[in-house]
Design a protein around this ligand. Structure first.
Ligand code: NAD
Length: 355
C-alpha cells in the first residue's frame, strides 16, 4: 500500500509538457488517464512510445465538459488530477483571448467542481487525493534587470491575456482549497524546452527555421530574458510535487538558466552550423531578423527554486547548453514528428503583433 496517489488523471497530456509527464508516469508504474481535447497543439504522436501500455488510457474530451470529467473520475477511481490542459501561447492570447478564458479559467473551474465532488465521494483513501495545478512564472509579471527573482511569495502581476488567465486559475485553485478543503498543490514553472515542443515557441521555431535556412525572427532587440528548464526536469519536479509536496502549498520550478532571447537564438545558430553548414554557405546568424516587439512583452523572468530544492530535494539535471544541443539533435532526428505540423498546422507566420 502506497501513501501517495497511483491512479492519475492528467489533463492536456497530448501537449508538450503533459506528454512528458505522461511518458514519465507510465515509465514509473502509475495508471494514467490522459484527457485532452486535441486542439492545434495537442498531438498523439507525442505519446507514441506509451500508447500501447496497459496502464495508459487516452480520452478525447474538453475539461469544460464537467459531466464527462465527473464520470471518468469515478469510473477510473482517480486518486489525483494533474492539470496541464491550457491554451499556452502568449502570442495567440494577444490575437484571440477568448479561448484562453474559456479553457484556462472556465475549464479550470469545471475541473475543480468535478474534482471536489469526486473527492467528497471517496470512501477510502480520501487523504491521498491531490489536485495539482501546473502553472507558470508568468503570473508574477515582469522583472527588471537587477538580479531579483520570483519566490513563492511574489505578488501576482500578469501582463498578457495568457498569464492573466493562468493567474485567475491559480486563484481559483487556492480558493477551492481554502473554502472547500480540496487538497491542492500548485507549481509555477519557468520556460520549458525539449523534445515534442510545438514549433510556435522561440526555441523550436528557431531550430526548424534555422534547419531550413529561413529567417529567424527575434522580437525587439532580443534583450528579453527567460529562465530555461528542460521539460524532462520539469516532469520529474511535477511527480515529486504531486507525491511529496505539502497540501495547500505552491512550488516554483526553474533551472537557474537565464539567457536573453538573442543569446538563445545565436547559440542555436552556432550549434546547427557545427552539425552542418547552410546550403548556400555562411553562418546561420545571418538569418537573424529583428522584428517589432510583442506588445506588453515582459522584460525578464527568473525563478528562485530554493524551496523545491530544499524541501523536496529536486534540482534541474540538465545544463542549458547541453540540453539545447540534445534538443537540436532530437529535432534533426525526428522530422517525421515536425514535418506534418509545419505543413498542416503552423508554418511559422508572425502571431501576436496586435495588428
Ligand atoms: P501545449 O499547448 O503544448 O499543450 C496544451 C494541451 O492542452 C494540448 O494537448 C491541448 O490539446 C490541451 N487542451 C487545450 N485546451 C483543452 C481543453 N479545453 N480540454 C482538454 N484539453 C485541452 O502547452 P504546454 O507548453 O505543454 O503547457 C502545459 C501546461 O504547462 C499549461 O498549463 C501551461 O500554462 C503550463 N506551463 C507551460 C510552460 C512552458 O514553457 N511551455 C511553462 C510553465 C507552465
Amino acid at each position: 500500500m502506497t501513501d501517495f496517489p497511483r491512479r492519475i488523471l492528467v489533463t492536456g497530456g497530448a501537449g508538450f509538457i503533459g506528454s512528458a509527464v505522461v511518458r514519465r508516469l507510465i515509465g514509473r508504474g502509475y495508471r494514467v488517464v490522459n484527457v485532452d481535447k486535441l486542439t492545434y497543439s495537442g498531438n498523439l504522436d507525442n505519446l507514441r512510445e506509451v500508447a500501447g501500455a496497459p496502464s495508459y488510457r487516452f480520452v478525447e474530451a474538453d475539461i469544460c465538459d464537467q459531466a464527462a470529467i465527473t464520470a471518468l473520475l469515478a469510473e477510473e477511481n482517480i486518486e489525483a488530477v494533474m492539470h496541464l490542459a491550457a491554451e499556452s501561447h502568449v502570442d495567440r492570447s494577444i490575437d484571440a483571448p477568448a479561448d484562453f478564458i474559456e479553457t484556462n479559467v472556465i475549464g479550470t473551474f469545471r475541473l475543480l467542481q468535478a474534482s471536489l465532488n469526486h473527492w467528497r465521494s471517496l470512501q477510502q483513501n480520501q487523504g491521498r487525493f491531490r489536485f495539482h495545478h501546473v502553472s507558470t512564472d508568468e503570473v508574477f509579471g515582469d522583472l527588471p534587470f537587477d538580479g531579483s527573482s520570483f519566490s513563492e511569495d511574489s505578488a501576482y502581476a500578469p501582463s498578457s491575456p495568457y498569464s492573466a488567465s493562468k493567474a485567475a486559475s491559480d486563484h481559483l485553485v487556492r480558493a477551492w482549497c481554502a473554502t472547500y478543503g480540496l487538497p491542492v498543490v500548485l507549481s509555477n514553472c519557468s520556460n520549458n524546452y525539449g523534445p515534442y515542443h510545438f514549433p510556435e515557441k522561440l526555441i523550436p521555431l528557431t531550430i526548424l527555421n534555422a534547419i531550413e535556412g529561413k529567417p529567424l525572427p527575434v522580437y525587439g532587440q532580443g534583450t528579453n530574458v527567460r529562465d530555461w528548464l528542460h521539460v524532462g526536469d520539469h516532469a520529474e519536479a511535477l511527480e515529486l510535487i504531486l507525491t511529496r509536496g505539502k497540501t495547500g502549498e505552491s512550488y516554483n520550478v526553474g533551472g537557474r538558466a537565464e539567457r536573453s532571447n538573442l543569446q538563445v537564438v545565436e547559440t542555436i545558430c552556432d550549434f546547427l552550423d557545427e552539425r552542418g553548414p547552410l546550403a548556400e554557405g555562411g553562418s546561420r546568424r545571418s538569418l537573424i531578423n529583428f522584428v517589432p516587439d510583442r506588445p506588453g512583452h515582459d522584460r525578464r523572468y527568473a525563478i528562485d527554486p530554493s524551496k523545491i530544492e530544499r524541501d523536496l530535494g529536486w534540482r534541474a539535471a540538465h545544463d542549458f547548453e547541453q540540453g539545447l544541443l540534445e534538443t537540436i539533435d532530437w529535432f534533426l532526428a525526428n522530422e517525421w514528428w515536425w514535418r506534418p505540423i509545419r505543413e498542416r498546422k503552423y508554418r511559422g507566420e508572425r502571431l501576436g503583433s496586435a495588428a
